[in-house]
Design a protein around this ligand. Sequence first.
Ligand code: GDP
Length: 222
Amino acid sequence: MQISAELVASAADARDFPRDRLPEVALIGRSNVGKSSLINALVRRQVARTSAAPGKTRVANFYRVRRGAVFHLVDLPGYGYVRASRPGSGQGGRDAAAREFTRLTEAYFSRGSGIRGPGSEEARRIPDPGSRIPIGVLLLVDARHPGLESDLDAWAWLETQPCARAVVGTKADTLTRAERARHTRELESMFASPVPLVSARTGEGLDELWKTIANLPSQTAR
Ligand code: GDP
């Protein structure tokens, strides 16, 4: 199957999100989970910058992808990266990291859905159901580390959003056969959902992931 992909927007702010109303599949996950590598593996070219490249910034990258249909693949900022927390700040560093993740991500998910911060100008507007862009979300989790609190928190938060969602375990190539079986069991029990494993390095699971992606936005068109 022919695939084309190009970066169409790198948005530091909701104002920079593209305005053409293509269906979207968003990817979220902890920093270093392998999101950029997976995007590159899916579209079979280097469109996304991986961690090895300097200057990776906290933006939402929109890729226009054609694979049969045309849609946006959206690379949202990673969460859970460690910030130097000030002495005596307790959970402050973690909270700050969480805030940074949520700012752009919340802006992304609230687009057109009428869900806004309380008291905001947008909250007072009547939401237009017809303006909602169908969005499906893939939560990427590192298959080596099942059940990280931040991943479970992200999944619980996604449940509150009007979008279809699926969990995917990355870096499957790093696991032994026994670990694959055990980690898949653990992941599926924690997320109460199927958790297919993929590897950007070997290409394992990518065909199945394309099928999941193809079905995601249509599930949201309700
Ligand atoms: P991002 O921060 O989520 O975009 O993560 P990157 O795609 O930049 O990858 C983070 C690190 O994980 C890099 O060192 C990658 O080489 C490595 N990585 C990504 N995908 C895989 C994979 O499928 N298998 C293995 N073994 N390593 C991977």
